[in-house]
Design a protein around this ligand. Sequence first.
Ligand code: ZN
Length: 136
Amino acid sequence: MPEIFFGKDVTDWSVRRINKLFRTHDESHLWPICGEFNVTERAIRRLRKAAQANGATAGLEYAYALNQEISHIILTTLNGGTMYTLSEECPECGSDEIQVIDRGRNEETLKFENRCLCLTCGHDWHETEDDEVNHE
Ligand SMILES: [Zn+2]
């Protein structure tokens, strides 16, 4: 498992410092959230509530939880997801708990590209659709 988030080793970091790091890298302006709300702030609030009930975490454990919560919020925003990955399984860990989290046309190849996320290990990757696939 990587211990690096956004290029930083957060092992001994405080919750406050990790929050700041994730806020800096927030992508709420991108699809599918498109600026409707701030994903990072929502995830931080949820973890704060969870900490009141279950006790606080910090460092790596907190960073993983925050990363997972952000992914979870993004995926539920997709309303159950009508989009399916082309890959059968995660190339990193082999899990089949994978989902498309973004989609767009490559300006150079004019092919559609999916960005996929593994729900098990958090690995994300791109895959390209073949031309004969019906996009409607
Ligand atoms: Zn995986």
